[in-house]
Ligand binder design. Structure first.
Ligand code: ZN
Length: 216
């Protein structure tokens, strides 16, 4: 039985407003997008967090970014085991079909998923250690990142450091996908690690030469 209900009124009003303004003013552009299909130059993997707004911070329009969002912007290791892997499917499609030139992993400040991982790894979240916890098992991907920050004394700095580890672990795991590694080595694809501070509106990128994040 399907329990779906009509949209709440505020969303209907907002949709109608968009259709009458943004869409109406750019109808030719939308029709063209529909006809020629998508050719995004970049894929972005960001967190589900509602405060992370990747199209806003880059001023991007429809058709520019192929975006995948999941808890804590994590990419799992390449694991061709015949099971359903949503994030791996998105990466595979972006690289093999869309042939994007850039793969961008975007982490962020005060990430609830990363905080959950920190709590779990320090024994403060037994519910996340349950086999039945989807969030807990997903955050297992970040356990190697926790190993890098476990000795930090300042809890605020430790959380930020683990948020950045979520980006670095994901970049490492991206390279376990044979096609990604092949395209990167062939110079047709580049990978980028970013972290944004929501309150400050600042953006940092990982500089491999310095081994640390730097302001953009
Ligand atoms: Zn998050």
């Amino acid at each position: 039985m399907n329990h779906a209900k009509p949209l709440p009124g505020y969303l209907i009003q907002r949709y109608q407003g968009w259709k009458a303004t943004s869409y109406a003013e750019n109808q030719t552009w939308y029709r063209r997008l529909a006809e020629v299909g998508q050719h995004p130059r970049a894929m972005v993997i960001s967190c589900c967090d509602s405060r992370v707004h990747v199209t806003s911070i880059f001023g991007a329009d429809q058709g520019e970014f192929f975006i995948h969002r999941n808890i804590a912007n994590l990419i799992p290791k390449y694991e061709p085991d015949g099971e359903a892997h949503g994030t791996s499917a998105a990466v595979e499609y972006a690289v093999s079909v869309l042939k994007v030139a850039h793969l961008i992993v975007l982490g962020h400040s005060s990430c609830g998923g990363v905080k959950g991982c920190l709590d779990m790894c320090t024994g403060h979240a037994p519910e996340l250690e349950e086999k039945s916890s989807f969030v807990g098992r997903w955050m297992d991907i970040l356990r190697p990142g926790y190993e890098q920050v476990k000795d930090m004394a300042d809890p605020v700095a430790q959380l930020s450091a683990l948020e950045k580890q979520a980006v670095l672990v994901s970049l490492d795991n991206l390279m376990t996908f044979p096609l990604v590694a092949e395209e990167v080595q062939g110079g047709r694809l580049s990978v980028h690690g970013l972290w944004t501070d929501i309150g400050e509106g600042s953006l940092e990128y990982f500089d491999p030469a310095k081994g640390q994040f730097q302001p953009v």
